[in-house]
Design a protein around this ligand. Structure first.
Ligand code: AMP
Length: 616
């Protein structure tokens, strides 16, 4: 770890939050937490360069929670996020940190969710609002959200908000919040526009940047698996089973709770595994390491701190089950293998949203990390069969087989079958409890992740399960169910990074909406509203015609009813859009401006519109 802060208690957090952190299994602050928490507790503004996976949510959430007056049921903190998924995740994180704060209420509000529900929830009162810019702006305009009591404003993933075209909304919100509040702006990158926003709205901000120190790693084979299609646990056991050089492994997770859970699950699958975390006293810790050395244990599941300094030459594999917070932690972790002149293997599990961290690690270690193809069912079966044959071959060379050969002859005679059939029956008996073939399907391999086109973006709607689903928990916020039924549109990078492209292929249907230029609406407002409310990525939004009183927009045929319903209820600039299929010809003068791919394309009137047909 790149920080000397060893404990959350050193950061100035209250007893109740410290208790919660210990209960949820956070042992030590991540580097960004160690840096941000004291600064925010001191009341300063922060400009933080940090990406997903660094622990930034807790870095801003914990200090802002310290400032909440629970007796005042009014929004005292507002967190803006680019997507509804992130809004929900952040709200969930806050809810989990509020375990020992009775009456604490956090509310996620985002496009696509019914206004009726949101209005009810807002009226009930919430201490913290986590929302997407468009919807927050809407509520502020309608005066259904009042920020008079605001103490903290957080802009999370600001560059992503910029990329998605929400920066004007964000600035509008910043303009409409009371002067006196603390502001924290987090962004993985710091493009000029974000810097400008920071200069304009942050007061003497402290700049926080997690250093990614370059380091060289020993000759360790480094690979990553893109988490997709299979639970991490199943992937882990498949990989461990076919890895040729497997002898012993150390598996890194983030929380002490996770060390215990994973150890239990691996034990249940027949592995000799144990947890190693900060709850173990020195004697117990030494015992675990001794057992790993002697071979009584093959796998140890550890947190960063607990695994420091472990030197066990037989560790052939380090698995980063949860990605580390920074490159330094990565280098420390993988340094547990490849010791005493042996070869080492480091396997990293990377969720799509963590791709940026993967690239940062590669840059810092100056070594590429190769993608690992998940072993197929056939691979695992072949490996098991090979192992089985080896065992049989050993026994074939052993003494004292006559007695059994005699039994086989008797069986052949009595059952009137050949020796192969008897051998097959015996083989079947022998695999009981540990079948040679694994059940289930092979997952479809994921599309490769590319950084340059921004694939670490938040996924499109429906692409990623929110964390509560990954954890197998039930949603805590009322109307989450709707999200999983949303259309799943193809993977694609965010707008600003993509080249202009032709209109989407496939059948399109033209719709009319009751907002136009006279309402101050621009093309990007329409794209933003549709993207946010119906979860349709802008790629799938066809031509848009912007007229005086109304506009037309082409959307993919076969839009799910739910998305259509969401759009029927949508307002743009406060005006109900009243989406319906468009039968007639466009009316009014056209002077639309289509913003796309980070650039602008201007269309100058009806003639151009007809000729170009809103060519994108
Ligand atoms: P974030 O970067 O905020 O999205 O956090 C990434 C993950 O790290 C989440 O699953 C958090 O629950 C987890 N996490 C954050 N801080 C800590 C910590 N100090 N100890 C253990 N896990 C943490």
């Amino acid at each position: 770890m790149s920080t000397s802060v060893e404990s959350f208690a050193d950061l100035g957090l209250s007893e109740s939050l410290l208790k919660t952190l210990s209960e949820i299994g956070y042992e030590t602050p991540s580097p960004i937490q160690a840096q941000c928490i004291p600064i925010l507790l001191d009341g300063h503004d922060i400009l933080g360069m940090a990406q997903t996976g660094t622990g930034k949510t807790a870095a801003f959430a914990l200090p802002l929670m310290e400032q909440i007056d629970l007796k005042v049921a009014k929004p005292q903190a507002l967190i803006l996020t680019p997507t509804r998924e992130l809004a929900i995740q952040v709200a969930e994180a806050l809810q989990s940190y509020a375990k020992n704060l009775p009456g604490f209420h956090v509310l996620p509000i985002y496009g696509g969710q019914s206004y009726t529900i949101q209005l009810k929830q807002l009226a009930r009162g919430a201490h913290v609002i986590v929302g997407t810019p468009g919807r927050v702006m809407d509520h502020l305009e309608r005066k259904t959200l009042n920020l008079d009591n605001l103490k903290t404003l957080v802009l999370d993933e600001a560059d992503e908000m910029l990329r998605m075209g929400f920066i004007d909304d964000v600035e509008w919100i910043l303009e409409h919040t009371p002067e006196q509040h603390q502001t924290a702006l987090f962004s993985a990158t710091m493009p000029e526009q974000i810097r400008r926003v920071a200069q304009k709205y942050l007061v003497e901000p402290r700049e926080i940047k997690i250093k990614s120190a370059t380091a060289t790693v020993a000759a360790i084979r480094q690979v990553y698996w893109q988490v997709s299609g299979l639970h991490k646990l199943d992937a882990l056991t498949r990989i461990l089973e076919v890895e040729d050089e497997f002898d012993a492994a150390i598996i890194f997770v983030r929380t002490k709770t996770a060390t215990v859970e994973l150890a239990d699950k691996l034990n249940a699958r027949g592995y000799a595994a144990a947890a190693l975390n900060g709850d173990l006293n020195q004697q117990m810790r030494e015992r675990v390491i001794e057992q790993l050395k002697s071979g009584a244990l093959d796998i140890v599941i550890a947190t960063d701190v607990a695994a420091r300094g472990i030197d066990v030459p037989r560790i052939s594999h380090v698995v980063n089950y949860d990605i580390p917070y920074d490159t330094e932690a990565y280098v420390h972790r993988i340094g547990r293998t490849g010791r005493a002149g042996r070869t080492g293997n480091a396997i990293l599990f990377v969720a799509p949203r963590e791709i940026r961290m993967l690239r940062t690690i590669e840059r810092a270690t100056r070594q590429p990390i190769a993608p690992l193809t998940l072993p197929s069912r056939a691979d695992v079966t072949n490996k098991r069969v090979a192992g089985f044959k080896e065992k049989v071959a050993e026994v074939l060379n052993a003494e004292g087989l006559e007695f059994f050969a005699n039994i086989v002859s008797q069986l052949c005679e009595e059952q009137n079958v050949g020796p192969e059939e008897v051998a097959a029956a015996l083989a079947m008996m022998a695999q009981e409890g540990k079948p040679l073939q694994i059940a289930g399907e092979d997952p479809v391999p994921p599309r490769p992740m590319r950084e340059s086109r921004g694939d670490d973006r938040r996924p499109a709607f429906g692409e990623r399960k929110p964390r509560f689903e990954e954890r197998g928990e039930r949603p805590r916020f009322e109307d989450r169910g709707e999200r999983s039924e949303r259309p799943r549109f193809e993977d694609r990078p965010p707008r600003a990074d993509r080249p202009p492209r032709p209109a989407p292929a496939g059948d399109m249907v033209r719709y009319r909406i009751d907002v136009g230029r006279e309402h101050g609406v621009e093309v990007r407002d329409i794209v933003g509203a549709i993207a946010n409310e119906a979860g349709i990525e802008s790629r799938f939004i066809g031509r848009i015609g912007l007229y005086e009183e109304s506009s037309t927009v082409e959307l993919p045929a076969g839009m799910p009813a739910e998305a259509a319903n969401a759009l029927k209820r949508t307002r743009i600039r406060g005006v109900p859009i009243n989406l319906r299929q468009d039968e007639g010809r466009p009316t009014g003068s056209f002077g639309g401006e289509r913003k796309f791919g980070g650039g602008e394309r201007k269309f100058d009137g009806e003639r151009n519109f007809k000729k170009k047909k809103f060519d994108r």
